[in-house]
Write a protein that binds this ligand. Sequence first.
Ligand code: FAQ
Length: 311
Amino acid sequence: GPGAHEEAFDAAIAADERIEPRDWMPDAYRATLVRQIAQHAHSEIIGMQPEANWITRAPSLRRKAILMAKVQDEAGHGLYLYSAAETLGASRDELLDKLHSGRQKYSSIFNYPTLTWADVGAIGWLVDGAAITNQVPLCRCSYGPYARAMVRVCKEESFHQRQGYELLLALSRGTEAQHAMAQDAVDRWWWPSLMMFGPPDDASKHSAQSMAWKIKRHSNDELRQRFVDICVPQAESLGLTLPDPELRWNEERGHYDFGPIDWSEFHEVLRGNGPCNEQRLDRRRRAHEEGAWVREAAAAYARKHGEQDGD
Ligand code: FAQ
């Protein structure tokens, strides 16, 4: 009966074993994973837009080639993640429909504009840096397909992060105007990057259950602190400052203290009122419509081959 199933599931979680697609799992565990993996997948494909905005204006052929490869990687990450969601019974059509109709979220960070070339560097350094900090523990997530997808995604993200760091370093060591451009980008992306980790622990409604199920391995605030601690020395080596006057080493805690986050801004962005929410969703819907012929052709091709194989 279901009692025995539930016991086997609980025992697998307790023993740090992986739950696989055909294993029994509680409905709420499945629903939580679909929610998180779908949001993650949507973030990857919506996240292509801010940087793609600069592909035509990259300052050299080398920078253009690097940026195109990075944006393509993000499409690939979206595909691994939609596939992981499919193993839970959520079809890609259904998830995309929920994204396009605003019934599912994507990360708040991708609702900010990329105003200058330095933003490409700041996204790589800070946004990909935050993404790695959040995703490395997800490689040990209790759900097998999600955990395995994260291993590859993290390898690619760490290359993305280095790419952003190197770009910002080049600007920081460049002319006065280039240095100022790099500093301005860091000033604008720092606080939104801290918001990527989600609401503070006492306002994180899913954390307790997700940690009990070993989907999440650390709390939102723990990972945010880890990210701050990593960034401070990196900012110093970049020759750039982080826009927080309260940032200082706390000997007792063994961590950097940082100033308060403006959670009202976070909630406004989640409600759809960030600077680019409308544009991001409009472009996504349009890209989906414009790709209809590709999906139709692929389906027709698959049908034809199916018939031939059946002969
Ligand atoms: N934005 O109870 P919690 C990338 C929502 S990296 C929007 O704490 P949870 C790489 C949350 O969904 C970005 N919504 O939730 C890249 C929930 O709403 P719901 C993607 C947020 O799930 C780089 C509510 O607030 N990474 O794309 C945000 O336990 C460069 C309550 O929050 C992932 O998705 C937010 N920042 O913890 C691509 C990582 N934060 O569903 C291109 C996987 C929270 O009840 C270029 N996800 N919310 O309506 C996770 O680790 C978790 O889902 C958290 C949130 C930590 C994000």
